[in-house]
Unconditional design. Structure first.
Lengths: 77, 113
């Protein structure tokens, strides 16, 4: 079962409160997404840990129902 | 061997990581990648020009599941340098574009020439 962009964004926002989340449906097929997540909580945290925080917010979906999510993380300017 | 590493897949992962300075766990092979993200990871390593080995997780379910637990990372590909998890293809791309990946290879003493 595929996930919608809104579902993905909602899960990330719930897991990382205050995060700015932008989802792009890359192929228009509801299956290949890009996500950009900006959060103050990422400051001073390694990229691997930033991505792990997003994956944790997505529960078990990443790598399962959600195969293709291109992820970019950043701290607010 | 660590007691926690009794599982066969985990044992193979440990020995692969110990034996290869730059190791990419991927779907398929560098010549025939079976997934866009793995294909991108291979392209990045080719551009960096560093000697590397790859493991096709599609040929080994123990490794395919084990490597996700090992790094607490839910997706393939995964890049390791000197046994240390560097990231998946998104992080590889960011680090390649910023020059950090090439620098990491130099710092770890695995860069070619």
């Amino acid at each position: 079962m595929a996930m919608t962009a809104d579902e993905i964004a909602a899960m990330i926002r719930a897991g990382i409160p205050g995060a700015e989340v932008e989802i792009t449906d890359l192929a228009g097929d509801g299956n290949h997404y890009a996500a950009r997540v900006v959060s103050e909580t990422f400051r001073g945290v390694s990229r691997v840990r930033q991505h792990q925080a997003v994956y944790a917010a997505l529960g078990g979906h990443m790598g399962d129902t959600l195969h293709a999510l291109q992820l970019t993380t950043a701290v607010p300017d | 061997m660590d007691d926690a590493m009794t599982d066969d897949g985990m044992a193979r992962i440990s020995s692969l990581l110990a034996g290869n300075d730059v190791l990419l766990f991927m779907k398929g092979t560098p010549l025939f990648p079976q997934c866009g993200f793995s294909s991108r990871a291979v392209a990045i390593l080719e551009r960096v020009g560093v000697p590397y080995e790859s493991v096709d997780v599609l040929q080994d379910q123990g490794i395919r599941q084990g490597i996700k637990t090992y790094s607490d990372w839910p997706t393939i590909p995964q890049l390791y340098v000197k046994g240390e998890f560097v990231g998946g293809s998104d992080i590889m791309l960011e680090m390649y574009e910023s020059g950090e990946l090439a620098q990491l290879m130099v710092d770890k003493g695995v860069a070619a020439g």
